[in-house]
Design a protein around this ligand. Structure first.
Ligand code: ADP
Ligand code: MG
Length: 408
């Protein structure tokens, strides 16, 4: 089912409240990585070209309902202005007098940014009064914040009930790419799941296990699976209380004819900060700990990826921050970059790894939403998506408070 796209909106001369994900890394009052700002540009540019008066809003960090000076959005507004080549006003409040004044003085094609949404306690509480206050600034609502779509907050959910609501282009792109993994993916479909803990990813594993052709497991979480198959994992990180669920995933895979890849060789060491590891077979871990998959396992996974027509990768295969344990992740990353099939990557650390290797532009889709992309692949309905009307919705539009002049 497709959701109503921004393309179908008549935005000329209208004030458009657009939720974006500008939760960017900052240091000393400067944006240190503007990837997320750039990701929102297609929607912002389209809105400008179509004569909208654009009111952007985002959260930054975790101010927990209070003003935190270091988490003001002005540096983000400045960076956005540089990227667009225009002045972008950042209001000094979220939806108070300053925001209201700035919104009222916008001309067609102008762009402003509200102050950090999470300065307001009503944002995370999805408080109706705060949602009304946000809605009163605008005539239309566009959600382009995929990274926040798994949260039912005032700016991602509440406000969408109060204004005619549309999906932005980044949201659409994320939904399209992730849907291609769940709805009739081209086969063979290979999922590589790594990272620190099974507990973070167990629901994704459970949802994907009988949809993929092969599930290749690495990272710290592989240790729990090795426990489930009766291996001795020495001092490795594992979650013994999840061994039963891991075993169930293996059973489901067997019943569905899905191949599960577990490490056959591993890199072991005493400490995570050691500058050298030893490659051993999984039955010779001894009292050491596993910090990476071994070269034979990495090669086997790479071969599976090369043959796949759909590839999803989430989670480093080892402690990739330490060069001594980065080889498995590197081999798999190179295989994903070279794959002929559709390739999708999600997860902050996996993305950092692919970027550090300079391979990001060879991936079909890099998801901007960590938690949101995982929840999507768990098969959950994300509140920020669910609230947007379907493309063919016939339901009457909510009258916007801005149009009716109602006070918030
Ligand atoms: P992503 O952010 O891509 O979803 P995660 O956050 O789940 O990935 O996992 C990344 C973390 O997993 C990294 O900090 C990495 O050091 C850790 N990790 C990977 N393999 C191991 C391992 N064998 N032992 C301990 N930690 C590991
Ligand atoms: Mg992570």
């Amino acid at each position: 089912m497709s959701k109503r796209s921004l393309k179908s909106a008549d935005v000329r001369g209208k004030r458009v409240l657009c939720r974006v994900d500008f939760n960017v890394p900052m240091a000393d009052g400067q944006v240190t990585d503007d990837t997320r700002i750039k990701a929102a540009l297609p929607t912002i540019t389209w809105l400008r070209e179509h004569g909208a008066r654009i009111i952007l809003c985002s959260h930054l960090g975790r101010p927990k309902g209070k003003v935190v000076e270091a988490l003001r959005l002005a540096p983000v507004g400045k960076r956005l202005g540089e990227l667009l080549g225009i002045d972008v006003t950042t209001a000094s409040d979220v939806a108070g007098d300053d925001a209201r004044r700035a919104a009222a003085s916008l001309q067609d094609g102008d762009v402003m940014l509200l102050e950090n949404l999470r300065f307001e306690p009503g944002e995370e509480q999805n408080a109706p009064a705060f949602a009304r206050q946000l809605a009163s600034l605008a005539d239309l609502y566009v959600d382009d914040a995929f990274g926040a779509a798994h949260r039912a907050h005032a700016s991602t959910e509440g406000v969408a009930h109060l204004l005619p609501a549309y999906l932005g282009f980044l949201m659409q792109q994320e939904i399209d790419a992730l849907s291609r993994l769940l709805d009739n993916p081209a086969t063979p479909f290979v999922a590589i799941i790594g990272g620190a803990k099974v507990s973070d990813k167990i629901e994704v594993l459970e949802h994907l296990v009988d949809r993929v052709s092969a599930l290749l497991i690495g990272g710290g979480m592989a240790n729990t699976f090795l426990l489930a198959t009766g291996d001795d994992i020495g001092a490795s990180l594992a979650e013994p209380d999840l061994v039963d669920r891991a075993r169930q995933i293996l059973d489901t895979a067997r019943a569905a004819g899905v191949e599960v890849g577990l490490p056959t060789d591993v890199v072991v060491a005493r400490q995570i900060e050691d500058d050298e590891g030893a490659v051993v077979s999984v039955d010779s871990i001894g009292d050491r700990a596993v910090f990476d998959i071994g070269p034979a396992t990495a090669e086997a996974y790479a071969n599976q990826v090369a043959r796949a027509r759909t590839v999803f990768w989430n989670g480093p295969l080892g402690v990739a921050e330490n060069p001594a344990f980065a080889a498995g992740t590197r081999t798999v990353a190179q295989a994903v970059a070279s794959a002929h099939g559709l390739t999708v990557i999600g997860g902050g650390d996996s993305i950092a790894a692919i970027e550090a290797l300079g391979l990001a532009d060879r991936i079909d889709h890099i998801s901007t939403g960590g938690g949101a992309s995982l929840e999507f692949l768990e098969g959950k309905q994300l509140p920020g998506i669910a609230v947007i009307p379907d493309a063919d919705a016939t339901k009457p539009e909510p009258a916007s408070p801005a149009q009716t002049g109602e006070e918030a």
